[in-house]
Design a protein around this ligand. Sequence first.
Ligand code: ZN
Length: 436
Amino acid sequence: MPADPTRVVADLLELRSLTSAEVDGGIPQTVGGEPSSAPPLGSARLAWTEPWVQAREWFASTFDGVPVETHVDPAGNLWTTLVGARPERIVLGSHLDSVPNGGWLDGCLGVLAGAEVLRGLHRDGVELPVSISVVDWADEEGARFGRSLFGSGAVSGTLDVEAVRGLVDNAGELLGDVVARHGVELDTILTAGDVLPSIVASAELHIEQGPMLEAAGLRLAALHGILGVERRMVRVKGQACHAGATPIPMRRDPTVAASRMALAVRDLGLEHDAFTTVGVWRVHPSVPTAVNGRTEFSVDMRHLSRDTLDALVAGLDELVARIAREENVEATVDVLWSIDPIEFHPDLVQFAADVVEERSGVRHVMPSGPMHDSAEMSRAGVPTVMMFTPSLGGLSHTHIEDTATADLELAVTAFDDLVRRMIGWAADRLAAEAAT
Ligand SMILES: [Zn+2]
C-alpha cells in the first residue's frame, strides 16, 4: 500500500500530545473551518531542548520493522535512509523543531509525511534505483538563537560559523556550548556538507502558513520558488525636546518622520505587488513628555523577482532620504539580511503541478513567502521542489495553527505521487550523467 495519509495524521497527533505544553490556561481555540484537532496545546519542540530530543527518539521508533539506516550528521541533522541500488539519494526533508507555543504541523507534516512515503515504498517492495533519505533538519526555526535554517545551512555551506559562535539564548547560554551537548562541534560542522554530492533531488511538503490558498478555495499547491528577501534597519535621528515647550513647526521629530516612512513603505509594497513590512519599531527616549530624539524601524521586503527587489531597495532609499529632508531629520539605511529569490527545478515543479492537478482538480503553482530548508537545498544546487497544504485562517507559529484533516490527507497522497515520479527522474538523470 502506498503512503497511508491517515497514519500521518495519527502520527502528527501523537507527536503533538507527546511534546506539547498547555498555553493560554488551556482555553480551547479554533480558527474556523473544520478543525482537525482538539487540544489547546502549544508545541514545545524548541531545538536543542529535551522535548525536541524526545520528538526525535519517538520519530525513530516510527520505523520499527523497516530496514532503514539512521545517523545524525555533524550539524545535528537526523537522517533516516532506505537504501536503494545506488547510494545517491532523494531527500525528503523538513523539521521537527518548533517555535515556543508553536503549531503541530509546521515542519512536522513534511518529516512525518516523508517517513510514511518511505515506509510505503518499503511495504510495496518497490525496487529503488536510488536511495531515499528522510531528513529532520536541525533548528530550522532559529527560535532560540535567531539563526534560522541552521542544519540545512550547514549542509549547503551558507552557515557563517564565526557569526553563530557568539549567539546567546535568553538564558545567556552560548550557541556553541548548547549544540556541543548534542554532539555538534562548530569547528567541524561544515563537514555536514560532504553529503551534498550524493543528493540528486529534494522535496518538501509544508503548510502554507498564510491565507492565500484558503481565500482562493484551493486545497493543494505546487511551489515554483521562494521569495527573495531584502531586510533593512532604518535609523532616524532628530532632536529630543520638551513636549510642552517646542511648537510643532520648530521640531525635528524622528518619530513623525519614521511614521511617514512606514506608510510610504506600505505604498511601495502595493506599487510593486510585493510584501513590505515594518516590524521592529523603537523610539527613544519613549517618554510621554518629550519629542523623541531617535526612532528606528526594520523593513522586510520580499518578491520573487530580483529586479523588483532591486527596485524596492532603491525605492526605500529614495523615500527615506526624501522624507528625512522634508522633516529636517537625519536617516540611514543599514542592511540586515539579503537573500536572492529561489527558483525550484522546472522538471520537478512540473511533476508537482501535475500531481496537484490530478489530486485536487486544480493546477495551482505559487511561490512561498516564508523561508524553508528547501531554500538551502536549492541554493546548494540540488534540484528541489515543494508543495503546500492550506493553513486554516492563514495562521502559523501559534498553537491554533491547523489544517482540515481531509486536506492533510490529500497532501500526503499527492506528496507520495510526487516522490514516486521523482524516483524515476532521478534514476534517469544519474544514468544520463554516467553516459557522458
Ligand atoms: Zn517550517
